[in-house]
Design a protein around this ligand. Structure first.
Ligand code: BMA
Length: 397
């Protein structure tokens, strides 16, 4: 009897000890080596494999938030309205989250954005987030001019803009404000959780087009080292705030040489995706030469990005593009797809279909002249929409 009691007690103790030290790993626990969830790592690796073998995903900024003639409808998309499929990638912008505002700079409520992000994840689609963050040094509440991402067109503000970087980096008087602003992004990313506890993986793409000088983090406003410090702050704060669901994308504006592309590169330890932003600009809708120039330039620039991505073991992407108003009815197949060609990019993202700016749209909507060509683009074997992709996240390796 005593023997049995002792045996039972020992068994119970062993079981309790086992249960307390053997925490069952969950699919969304961060992995020890990267600090990110398995799904986030799998997204990265599967995007690379998909770019190598299957083709490129089509993406559209703010696709499900609004479109031509509508705002905030549930489950609506201009792209879906013309081809009965959602973009494989949907982009949103976090600008103004740093101000504690309820809506982003284009009027999308952050609570709604969170729902749209989770809805895109639920259809196995990919999400990318840009950040048109205000200037932490010059922005003051209530100001009607200046203080935004864009450098202001005024000499007085220009001087302050040149001082911005020194003020916001470590040791600067406004450093704490920048850190708090990055923390507001971290908080939003941490809040991207499904009802069943899945942290939705996203591609975060801040400090973009820095090779130009239209944003306060642009080329004329900081040194390469200062620019890199901005990225380090993001990486440090994300680590501190335990953001486990973000891949980081670097996206210079169109540059022609690997040296220019890499001049301000933050480093392989920080960056996952090598992007490129390049738009089609012409001298009016009849400028066929202008479109050809775009095709040639983009194709060359994608050579540069894809070579670098291969050398550095990164994923390549065309992180922003488009032809405002799409004034050419076969632009999709004869310009965009022609420029992408066999380049091994994971995705292309066209910019938003603004509801608040006439003519500022980059994807077709029902009735637009490029609809037929867009459908032909949709039907090309190498363009991937939501119905063409699945299992990019995978719970297991
Ligand atoms: C720009 C334009 C702006 C918009 C900004 C952030 O390129 O579309 O109207 O506010 O992107 O989305």
């Amino acid at each position: 009897m005593t023997k049995h009691l002792i045996f039972a007690a020992v068994s119970l103790l062993t079981m309790a000890a086992f249960m307390s030290c053997h925490h069952q790993p969950k699919a969304d626990d961060p992995l020890a080596d990267s600090g990110r969830t398995r799904r986030t790592e799998n997204l990265l690796n599967n995007m690379r494999a998909q770019a190598d073998s299957a083709g490129y995903m089509y993406g559209h900024q703010d696709d499900t938030a609004y479109g031509i003639g509508w705002v905030g409808d549930s489950c609506r998309s201009d792209v879906q309205s013309v081809c009965n499929d959602f973009p494989a990638v949907i982009g949103f912008d976090l600008g103004h989250i740093e101000l504690g505002d309820s809506c982003n700079l284009d009027g999308v409520p952050f609570d709604h954005m969170r729902e749209l992000i989770i809805a895109q994840y639920d259809r196995a689609g990919v999400i990318t987030l840009s950040w048109h963050v205000n200037n932490p040094y010059t922005y003051k509440k209530g100001m009607t001019y200046g203080g935004t991402s864009w450098v202001a067109d005024s000499t007085k503000l220009r001087d302050l803009e040149h001082k911005t970087m020194k003020e916001v980096l470590k040791e600067g008087a406004t450093h704490d404000r920048l850190v708090a602003w990055v923390d507001s992004v971290a908080e939003f990313l941490n809040s991207l959780e499904t009802p069943y506890g899945v942290k939705v993986p996203v591609i975060f793409r801040p400090w973009h087009e820095h090779t130009g000088s239209w944003f306060w983090w642009g080329k004329d406003y900081c040194t390469p080292d200062e620019y890199r410090q901005l990225w380090k702050i993001v990486a440090e704060r994300f680590r501190e705030k335990k953001v486990t669901n973000a891949l980081l994308a670097y996206s210079p504006g169109g540059v022609d040489t690997p040296e220019e592309y890499m001049e301000r590169y933050p480093g392989d330890d920080l960056i996952d995706i090598l992007g490129l932003d390049n738009y089609c600009y012409t001298n009016g809708p009849a400028d066929a030469e202008g479109v050809l120039r775009f095709v040639d330039t983009l194709s060359h620039q994608l050579d540069v990005v894809c070579d670098l991505a291969r050398q550095h073991g990164k994923v390549a992407a065309l992180t922003e593009t488009g032809y405002e108003g799409i004034p050419m009815k076969d632009w999709w197949t004869t310009a965009l797809d022609a420029a992408i060609g066999d380049h091994k990019i994971a995705y292309v993202l066209t910019w938003r279909n603004a509801h608040d700016k006439v003519g500022h749209f980059y994807a077709p909507y029902p009735g637009h002249a490029s609809v037929n060509d867009f459908v032909a683009f949709y039907n090309l074997p190498r363009t991937l929409f939501v119905h063409d992709i699945n299992a990019l996240y995978l719970k297991k390796k």
